[in-house]
Design a protein around this ligand. Structure first.
Ligand SMILES: [Zn+2]
Length: 107
C-alpha cells in the first residue's frame, strides 16, 4: 500500500527507486495535494527540520488532520457542484474552516 501522493508522483515521474531514507515532501504543505510540481523527494531528516522551521504552519495546523481536511474539501466540492455554486470558493471555505483562529492556542 502506498499513499495517494506517492502513487500520483510515481505515475507522473516514474518509480521512486532511491534507496536512501527519502520522503515525498509537499512544498504547499497540503497533505491531499496531488500536484507533481509540489512534490519532491527529500531526506526524511530535512523534511522534519523544514516542518519544524515553519512551526507546523499552514495546512498542517488544520484541527481536522489531513484526512479530515481532505474529506471536508471533497464534501464541499460535491455540494458546490450539486448546487451550481462556485467550487473554488467552496474549497477555500472548507480549507479555512479547520484552521485555528488568530490567537488560538495550538498545542
Ligand atoms: Zn500542492
Amino acid at each position: 500500500m502506498v499513499s495517494a501522493h506517492v502513487l500520483g508522483y510515481q505515475l507522473a515521474r516514474g518509480l521512486i527507486t532511491e534507496e536512501a531514507d527519502l520522503v515525498l515532501a509537499h512544498s504547499c504543505d497540503e497533505p491531499a495535494c496531488q500536484q507533481p510540481d509540489h512534490l519532491s523527494l527529500v531526506p526524511r531528516r530535512r523534511n522534519g527540520e523544514e516542518c519544524q522551521a515553519r512551526q507546523w504552519s499552514g495546512p498542517l495546523l488544520d484541527a481536522r488532520g489531513p484526512r479530515g481536511r481532505a474529506a471536508a474539501v471533497r464534501e464541499a466540492i460535491l455540494a458546490a457542484r450539486e448546487r451550481g455554486e462556485d467550487v473554488e470558493a467552496a474549497i477555500a471555505a472548507a480549507r479555512s474552516a479547520g484552521m485555528p483562529t488568530p490567537g488560538e492556542r495550538l498545542f
